[in-house]
Ligand binder design. Sequence first.
Ligand code: GDP
Length: 194
Amino acid sequence: ANVTRAGAQPPAPPPGAAGPPPRVKLVLLGDSGVGKSCLVLRYVRGQFDEASKITVGAAFMSHQVMTPEGKSLKFEIWDTAGQERYLSLAPLYYRGAHAACVVYSIDSRESFEKARYWVDQLQRNAPGSIVIALVANKSDLADRREVPEEEGRSFAEAHRMLFCEASAKTAAGVADIFEGVAMRLTGAGLPVSS
Ligand code: GDP
């Protein structure tokens, strides 16, 4: 466990120094099919493609964001499909992570129950300072809802996680997830460039 805590924070640049924005490692967790890849594609490329199936093993995307206070961060988003099948990779996946999104789908109670497992995994394996967002995806599927919004929200509050209902399909709430994480990280004193 000590090893996974090493190197959690990038070194602080000197005050006023120009340079590349600090990198934020964000890992995605959640059952297969809840829409993790689609959320990233929606956020990074502004697209939703019903037919695409891009995640094979570990995928990785970079995206620079600006917080409302004008601070920039570079997200490195790690998306691993079927993490259970890659358990030997888990320490590498969690190592040095600053943030995590635990995703479930509002039309699947099973995926919500599984979110508890992923939060537990984070608490065991990730740095203690990690910022976690609980994401209730597929909010467009209201007529098939199995998990009330309030239930997700109270689970998130109990574990001091951010909470967001979102839809990779319609884009609702998607930017809020990443902006919320960025704001909590910068608010928590992650060194940022101006
Ligand atoms: P992953 O295995 O968690 O990465 O899930 P994917 O991103 O591959 O998505 C799984 C399936 O859910 C795909 O068929 C997507 O088209 C669909 N999907 C993803 N996000 C949404 C969403 O917000 N709304 C709806 N209706 N379908 C979605």
